[in-house]
Structures are given as C-alpha cells and as structure tokens.
Design a protein around this ligand. Structure first.
Ligand code: HEC
Length: 162
C-alpha cells in the first residue's frame, strides 16, 4: 500500500472510531440523565407517600389520645412510625426535584430553613413517642400538638395548592 493510501485508511478508521465513541458517550449520557430523572421521581413518590403516612398516623394518634383508656402500646407503635416517616423525609428533597411535585421553589431557596421545620415536626413526634412509653397523656398531647402546628405553617410557605 502506498503511503498516501495508508494515510487515508488510517484517517477513515480514526474518524470511524471517533464516531463510535461519540455515539457511545451520547448514549451513556442519556442513560445517566434518565437514571437521574428516575431517581428524582422516586424521591417525589417516596416523600408524598411519607406525608400520606404521617397524615394517617396523626389522625390515629389523636383518636387514640381521646379514648378514656389510652391503649399505650398502639400509641407507641403509631408514634414510632410517625417518627420514622418524618426522619425519612430529610433526604427526599434533593435539588431539582420540584417538577412533577407540589413542593414550591422556595424549598430550595433556603433549604436549611425548610429542614429546620422538618426537624421541628419530628421533635413533636419524638416527644409523643417518649410520652407513650411513659404513659404520659399530657406530654403526649403536647408532642402531637407541636408536630401538628408545623403542618400548616410549612404548607403555607412551601406547598403549592395545584
Ligand atoms: C417542612 C415542611 C412540611 C411539614 C412540616 C409538613 N409538610 Fe406536608 N408537605 C410538604 C410539602 C413540600 C409537600 C408537597 C410534597 C410533594 O408534592 O412533593 C407536602 C405534602 C403533604 C401531603 C400530600 C402528600 C401527597 O400524597 O401528595 C400531605 C397529606 C401532608 N403533606 C401532610 C402533612 C401533615 C399531616 C403534616 C404535619 C403533621 C405535614 N404535612 C407537615 C411540606 C411539609
């Protein structure tokens, strides 16, 4: 093969390889993007589920505390689940997970402030749990009330209505 011919062959092999690499890396990129989208969707679904659990748990705990004879073991169980659901929320608001959810942009404008409110809710559930293990009605009600006071104030600032 003449030198010129060889150069042409090498060049076209080189271009071919470059093309293969760029197609492969584009495919890899879109797979990474898809995976990232899926993970954001997953976080949204998980936090909405956790909030649903919290809503049900709070109702159940309130009903339990109205009973003349509080069933402390059930209350302990419910409040433990409330505590678990509320702590599970902390990592479920990653950057970029607003679209397709009802969270407002403001969540990420001051994430530390938002997280403080989540902690506040959890402190109420912790108090409720401790009170349930101590069979302390007054403290249990206090804890539940504290947690409930955070729902509205957080939703007003951070949850969109539509
Ligand atoms: C720190 C802020 C914050 C606190 C505290 C909070 N929420 Fe929310 N809540 C949100 C946000 C933000 C959403 C929207 C989530 C989304 O769509 O991704 C939401 C959504 C919900 C939903 C709808 C879930 C769904 O299926 O779409 C329910 C129910 C709910 N919250 C109940 C409660 C209750 C009950 C409390 C108090 C015990 C509470 N939340 C406390 C921020 C909060």
């Amino acid at each position: 093969m003449k030198k010129k011919q060889l150069q042409t062959v090498m060049l076209s092999v080189g271009l071919g390889l470059a093309q293969i690499f760029s197609v492969a890396s584009m495919a890899a990129e879109s797979t990474i993007e898809e995976a990232a989208d899926k993970s954001l969707e997953h976080s949204i679904a998980q936090r909405q589920h956790a909030f649903g659990q919290i809503e049900r748990g709070v109702k159940q705990a309130g009903k339990e505390l109205k009973n003349k004879q509080v069933h402390w073991e059930s209350l302990e169980q419910v409040s433990l689940e409330l505590h678990e659901s509320s702590t599970s929320l902390l990592p479920l608001f990653p950057e970029g997970s607003q679209d397709g959810s009802k969270a407002k942009e403001s969540v990420w404008q001051d994430k530390a402030k938002f997280d403080r409110l989540l902690h506040e809710m959890d402190k109420g559930f912790e108090q409720l749990y401790r009170a349930a293990t101590n069979k302390d009605n007054t403290s249990a009600l206090q804890g539940l009330k504290q947690a409930q006071s955070t729902c509205k104030s957080c939703h007003r600032q951070y949850r969109s209505r539509w």
